[in-house]
Each structure stands twice: as C-alpha cells, then as structure tokens.
Ligand binder design. Structure first.
Ligand code: ASP
Length: 476
C-alpha cells in the first residue's frame, strides 16, 4: 500500500518525546491540552501525552480548546529560534506548527486543579475524581515507580526459582488478627465465604503440594478500624519456602529487598540489615517499629531497614478489640500469626501449654523508617503444634477442627518444614516515593470513611438481590 503523509489516517501517531528528532517532518500527535495561551491570531498550547509535553502553535480557532480536552493534531515539527528555546521542557527546542486538529473529547471545567502536587486538596474530592488526580505528574511518577518496583521484585524472585501462583479470594477465614469481610452464598443459603486476610493457609498448602518456593503479589482484605492512611485492602509481596530455617528466609528476603529497592534507585542505609530482638527494641526504642535514620538521612530519602526477632508468641486479649476477643477465647491470643512455630527451645512448653507468656515465636518482622514493612515466620508443620496453639487460645478440639481441620489433615500427609513472609507493597512504594500516606502509593485507595474511590461503594442491595442471597436487613 502506498504511504502518503498528507492523508492523516495514514500518519502514525508520534509520541511527544520523539518530536525532538523529527524537525522538518509532519507528525500526528494525540494527548491532552495541558495549558493554553491565546495571543490574538495565534493560540499556543502545551500538548501532553504519557511521554511529556510539547508546545503547539495553532491558528485562532484553537482558542476554542479547553484545558484537559483530548485532541489530535497534525503539524510540522519546527526548530525554535534560539531565543525561544524553553529549557524547562525536554522538547523545548522544538514546537509544532499545526495544520489540522480534531477534538476527540472536550473537557468541561475541572472539579479540582491538577497542576499542583494535590496534597492541599480535600481527600474526598481527590478520590472522587481520582482519574483526574492521577494525571498530575507526581501521581504519574508514583504509578510508574510502583510498576517498576513490582517488576524488580518479580525479577529477583524469578531468579531465585520462585513460582508465582494465585490463590482464591472467596475462601474461608484465615486469621491475621482482624475481622473478616464475609460474602453471602446464593447457592448455599445461610453460608458465607470470607475474603482472605492473607493467603497464609493456601501458601502453606502449596508447600504441602511440593512447590517449595511460592510467591504472589496478593490482595489482602481486613476489616480493621480505619486509620487516616489505610483502607480495608492492601497488597502484599507474599512468599513461602520449604526446607528452610529462619536465617535462610531472612537472608533470601533481604537479598530480594536490596536488589528490588536498588533497581528503582532506592538508597539503603545499612547492609546486612541490623537485627534486634523484640526485647532490645523495646528497651532501646520503647516500640518494635523504630527509625534508625539521622536527620540528614531523613532529608535524603535513605531507607533504614532492620529486622526484629524473638517476639512473644501470645499476648493477653485486648477486650476492646472484637477480633481478638473472638480469637482468644482463653484470654490469650497470638501476637502475629497462629500458624507460626515457637522457637525450638519453647516447643515443649508450647505443647504442654505451660508458661504461655514466656513462649517466643520464630516470627521476624522487617521494619523500615519507623514502619513495619513485613512479617513472617517459620510455620508449625506438625499437627500437634498447631493444635497446641489453638488449645492455648481456648479452642476446644471441635472448634479447632472446624477452624483449621483442613490444615491439620494436610500436616498428616507429607508437609515439609516451611516458612515465609509477607511484605507490604503499598508501604514500600510509599517509602520509596518519599510519601507520607499509603494512599499516595495506591491507584484507587479508599477514603478515611471506608468509601471506595470514584465509585460510591458500599452501596445498598436491591430487595431482589437480598432475597436471592437469603438475607433480610434487621430494622432498628
Ligand atoms: N501471613 C503473613 C505471613 O506471616 C503475615 C501477614 O499477612 O501479615 O507470612
């Protein structure tokens, strides 16, 4: 087929960044009207696409264009005279002399400004119009950073022969210390699925399945009391390994973190990561999440990772926390994870349920700049150890069976010793981006009151839906 530039349908779209090397050529660009300046007979716009901005010089009629409208233009790339060069723009040496243009979608007045960093704008407004909010350069950079970081994590794990595997979202309760979100079953009246607080049980079952090295970037859903910077769901870099001890898991995770953080230009304070026992941390910092950076390092965006180990396995139930009350029927509940293995020297007393407050777990937490960014443990892979944990929490044999009978069964069918970790992807990206709120690291986060971004959920269900689900709303 013959190729003729003046037939605009046959000119391929050029990306803005490429116009620099196309002086003298006619190009077709498409994107958003970033800014517009009317100068009588001439109209100047900065046209923006995902690669950048370029100045476009058009005739009077282009004065009709509103900012953030989507346009396609055809024009010649011209070298700017020396005194007109704009050093602030990557494409500042050129401009496009428009011959034709077409409005693909006209934008009306914007409900929020997008030429600032956005932090000054009310959260509800930002999230209602998140698709606009994400157009600001700061947010575009964040989306790209998150993607690059996730890729670096995958690369580091694939290089170590981890297998990426998805696990179900409609499942049975898996305890991570929060309330469950439950989903009514239409086909089994009166029964409910729970959304996973983590893939904990499935990843352990993948070890039973012989996978040996599993990972997933997993959505975890927890009905927690909302804090200003977090919603009900988060993403974890979730992994599990077979035939390993605590040091091997920590070492693998540390290598992965260092490689992935450095791959996106992050600056790590200390390698290997320092290790504190829970007791040392409490004595030195008064808490198990601490910040090891100097003031100068804080300014320079340094990431100070550290491990915390040797946590108490159990804690006394906080009576104001309904999830803890439900889990800890005896008044004792787990500090981190009921599926953990006590440290070897405490296994005997764990099995007997003696001196519960002294038992230490194989838990390891990774912290960074004062935040917990991950936690994991060596798991109980023998049925009697998991049974003992539930007994200490006050579960009868029947209650344990109903809760984790499937795990106990798997532990009688050749489950290798194993351990793993889950790292908070949102939190790591937030720290890498130098942001202060997790919401800045998530494309569509929830509002502080638990409403979804853009779409107004939770929403009511129709009487028909409720009927199908065998549900009736209790009237006050
Ligand atoms: N389930 C995780 C783990 O120990 C911890 C978590 O989800 O917070 O691997």
């Amino acid at each position: 087929m013959s190729h003729h530039v003046s037939d605009k349908n046959q000119v391929h779209r050029t990306m803005v960044v490429d116009t620099l090397k196309m002086v003298g050529q006619v190009v077709k660009l498409a994107g958003w009207v970033d800014t517009k300046r009317d100068h009588g007979k001439l109209t100047f716009i900065d046209l923006r696409d995902r690669t950048g901005k370029v100045q476009v010089v058009g005739y009077q009629k282009m004065g009709e264009l509103t900012t953030e409208s989507v346009v396609e233009i055809i024009g010649e790339v011209k070298q700017r005279p020396e005194r007109m060069v704009n050093p602030d723009l990557d494409t500042g040496y050129v401009e496009i002399d428009v011959s034709e243009y077409q409005v693909l979608n006209a934008a009306s007045e914007l409900p929020l400004p997008i030429d600032t960093d956005g932090l000054e704008i009310n959260e509800e407004v930002r999230l209602k119009y998140r698709y606009l909010d994400l157009r600001r350069p700061r947010m575009q950079k964040m989306l790209s950073l998150r993607s690059q970081y996730a890729r670096a994590v995958r690369t580091a794990l694939y290089e170590r022969n981890f297998v990426e595997i998805e696990t179900p979202i409609l499942t049975k309760s898996t305890k991570e210390g929060s309330r469950d979100f439950i989903v009514p079953s239409r086909l089994q009246p009166g029964k409910f699925y729970a959304l996973p607080q983590s893939p904990q049980q499935y990843k352990q079952l993948l070890m039973t399945a012989g996978v040996e090295r599993y990972f997933q970037l997993a959505k975890c859903i927890r009905d927690e009391d909302l804090r200003a910077d977090r919603g009900f769901e988060h993403t974890q870099i979730d992994l599990e390994m077979s035939f390993v001890d605590q040091q091997e898991v920590m070492h693998t995770v540390e290598e992965m973190i260092i490689e992935s953080v450095q791959a996106v230009g992050g600056n790590i304070q200390q390698e290997p990561f320092p290790i504190y026992t829970y007791q040392q941390a409490m004595e030195e910092f008064g808490q198990d999440k601490f910040d090891l950076r100097s003031e100068a390092e804080k300014k320079n965006g340094v990431l100070a990772f550290a491990w915390v180990i040797k946590f108490p396995f159990f804690k006394q139930v906080d009576k104001t926390d309904l999830a803890e009350v439900a889990d800890g029927k005896s008044g004792w509940t787990f500090t981190h994870n009921p599926f953990s293995m006590p440290l070897p020297e405490y296994v005997a007393q764990h099995l007997k349920g003696e001196n519960v407050q002294q038992i230490l777990t194989s838990q390891y937490d990774l912290i960074c700049n004062g935040y917990e960014v991950g936690g994991g443990s060596i798991r109980a892979h023998q049925a009697e150890v998991l049974r003992a944990t539930y007994r200490i929490m006050g579960y009868s044999d029947e209650e344990t069976e109903a809760s984790v009978g499937h795990m106990l069964r798997a532990f009688e069918l050749g489950t290798p010793p194993h351990g793993g970790i889950a790292l908070g992807l949102d939190r790591i990206v937030m720290l890498l981006a130098g942001e202060k709120s997790l919401k800045e690291a998530i494309a569509f986060p929830m509002t502080a009151s638990g409403k979804t971004a853009v779409m107004d959920a939770p929403d009511s269900a129709s009487p028909k839906q409720l009927e199908e689900l065998h549900l009736q709303l209790a009237t006050k």
